[in-house]
Design a protein around this ligand. Structure first.
Ligand code: ZN
Length: 253
């Protein structure tokens, strides 16, 4: 087999499926190997070297042994446990949405340290007390941009006219915001308030510091999140299952 038999990598646990009595198959997002699926023997035994540290959303360094069919994790050390994601249901469900989005946009054996850095930064912020929904939509916009689907927020996605800060429309099929003249003639276009457009622009320019200071009422939050969700679903040609889970969590609270 080509290449070294063992290698080390940092990673963040995106998925974890228990198998057999004590093992788990984990999907790690890594900076240089893309998505990596590997067997962690004894993952469910306390204190196990192989996989005791491989809880969902944990940031780890692992040693991986190349396998014929499936790689194996021979050692795992925690860089950040992100315990805050597993003790708060809203933060957990937001982390699930971030993890599923990252999973869908990433590939196996494909170097993408920018995506990796973005996931690590976002999950860290959500775990450490950041506004979970704001971090989630900022992450979604960054990811769309990074994947070549930067939403139109400066010029109408249909006619190309400059968008001023007025009530406008959102048409996922046109790649983002469309102007007040185009909106009414596009089937399925949804109204988007001037404030939501302004907030999306702040987040797209990665100005989270300013975005955090803006008063965000429930309607503004809903609009901004719905924009990113619809635009992401259009690109992926499907909605994310984890967002239905997030919806249910919100109804409980
Ligand atoms: Zn237009």
């Amino acid at each position: 087999m080509a290449g070294p038999r063992y290698f080390r990598t940092d990673g963040i646990v995106l998925r974890r499926v228990d198998v057999g009595e004590a093992d788990a198959i984990v999907t790690l997002l890594t900076p240089f190997h893309g998505k990596l699926r590997a067997l962690a023997r004894g993952a469910r035994r306390p204190g196990s070297r192989g996989g005791g540290h491989l809880d969902l959303f944990t940031h780890v360094t692992v040693q991986v042994a190349r396998g014929r069919n499936l790689d194996k994790i021979s050692q795992a050390d925690t860089l950040a446990a992100h315990a805050g994601l597993r003790t708060d249901l809203l933060r957990y469900s937001v982390a699930c949405a971030i993890g599923e989005t990252a999973d869908r946009f990433s590939q196996e054996a494909h170097e993408d340290h920018e995506l990796y850095d973005s996931v690590v930064r976002t999950l860290g912020a959500v775990a450490d007390g950041g506004d979970p929904e704001l971090e989630m939509v900022a992450f979604g916009l960054r990811l769309l941009d990074h994947s070549g689907y930067r939403p139109h927020l400066a010029a109408c996605g249909r006619c190309g006219d400059e968008l001023t800060r007025v009530d406008s429309f959102h048409s996922p099929a046109h790649g983002g915001v469309i102007c007040p003249r185009c909106g009414p003639v596009v089937p399925g276009a949804r109204p988007l308030s001037a404030n939501a457009l302004a907030m999306l622009r702040l987040l797209q320019s990665d100005d989270l510091a300013t975005a955090r200071r803006v008063r965000r009422d429930a309607e503004l939050r809903r609009e901004v999140e719905a924009f990113v969700r619809a635009q992401t679903a259009h690109v992926l040609e499907r909605d994310l299952a984890s967002l239905a889970f997030l919806q249910r969590v919100r109804q409980l609270s």
